[in-house]
Ligand binder design. Structure first.
Ligand code: FES
Length: 120
């Protein structure tokens, strides 16, 4: 079962969208289900100043990406990079075990965006 909080994050996401002049963009896909996640970042002084996501994904992927954005917004790049999907699942409350892998899409896309930014 999904928690009430997870359903709420899925129904009313605040971080969905695109940042046109993003400083970094990261993408990650799950080859098993075909879902794709894209993360956009605005970065200033090594901190995340704005974050948005676009996804072609399931309820758990959308809710966990929304939760992840909420948790890492304003954090340093190092703190954001270390964010684990377990922290996101914990913050969301209940999530079926078979859906936990969906929460990994967002953290991987976020790390890809940070890697891209650091390569520049
Ligand atoms: Fe693909 Fe959830 S089923 S991310």
């Amino acid at each position: 079962m999904y928690s009430e909080k997870l359903i709420e994050k899925f129904k009313n996401p605040k971080f969905v969208g695109k940042i046109k002049d993003a400083d970094a963009v990261g993408e990650e896909g799950n080859f098993k289900c075909g879902d794709v996640m894209k993360i956009y970042l605005k970065i200033k002084d090594e901190k995340i100043k704005d974050i948005k996501f676009e996804t072609y994904g399931c309820v758990a992927a959308i809710a966990s990406s929304e939760m992840m954005c909420e948790l890492v917004n304003g954090k340093t790049l190092d703190e954001a990079y270390q964010m684990s999907h377990k922290e996101i699942v914990k913050a969301l409350g209940e999530m079926p075990a078979v859906k936990v892998h969906c929460s990994i899409l967002g953290t991987r896309a976020l790390r890809n965006a940070i890697d891209e930014f650091r390569k520049k």
